[in-house]
Design a protein around this ligand. Sequence first.
Ligand code: AMP
Length: 280
Amino acid sequence: MICIEEPSPMQTWIRKAKNSQKTIALVPTMGFLHEGHTSLLQKGRTLADRLVLSIFVNPLQFGPGEDLERYPKNREKDLEIAQSCGVDAVFFPDEKAMYPKGFQTTVSVDKLSGPLCGLQRPGHFQGVATVVLKLFHIIQPDFAIFGEKDFQQLKIIQRLVQDLNISTKIVAMPIVREEDGLAKSSRNQYLSMEEREAALSISLSLVKAQAMVDRGEKKIEPLLPMVQATMEETKKIRVEYIQIVDPETLESQQTFLKRPALLAIACHIGKTRLIDNCLL
Ligand code: AMP
């Protein structure tokens, strides 16, 4: 496994692989790897001849007051995990390598970036789309694997690829959860024991909503208050949004549930912001 820190040698490595007719899969991450990430890496390993993992905590997608400075890092452990997943190359650039002095070009996927997380994190998805487009240009992957945990991000990348005629195939992978239901996230490590306990009510509320739908609930109205009440029961959770949206347009569904529907949640527990979702 090779570890590369600058775009130019990364491009050289890619050119060599492409010249010998190798296909490439990319898994973009911000590091502090967990089983959610390894499920993407394992998928990537099955899809292509060469597997590239990128690790970059992208400052462009963090707003003022967010957790850019304290975002968890563990380079050694990440490299160990990458190796065990059969990664061929880790692209590990720093901020200077990705955004050299004078950088000013960005890309945005307008409508899809507006709702849900876009409301409280203006500029976030522009940062995501820009870094992913840069990674696609540097690595030219045949496949790129993303998790449904960040459902809005996945939809934005799918749109970006379609709109800009990028030939990378976007592969979506299901949310990996802890045994007790909490969606795996690098940010879970911020949680105290009590906060971790409270966080369980997020996935619990999704399960309860799914059960209501399975029992025949067809209206939006009883679902959202139930989810809110389940989460707020712990008193430790501050809800940012609970929304039922069309999974393609991300437009809010009104009155009646049209399936498929995405139930998406963002909330704050102490200083930690967590998201989760499920397709009802
Ligand atoms: P991150 O490092 O948090 O930016 O995530 C990198 C990629 O891993 C994104 O495509 C995420 O959607 C995906 N991912 C993060 N957590 C999970 C999870 N629990 N299950 C599946 N995919 C995940």
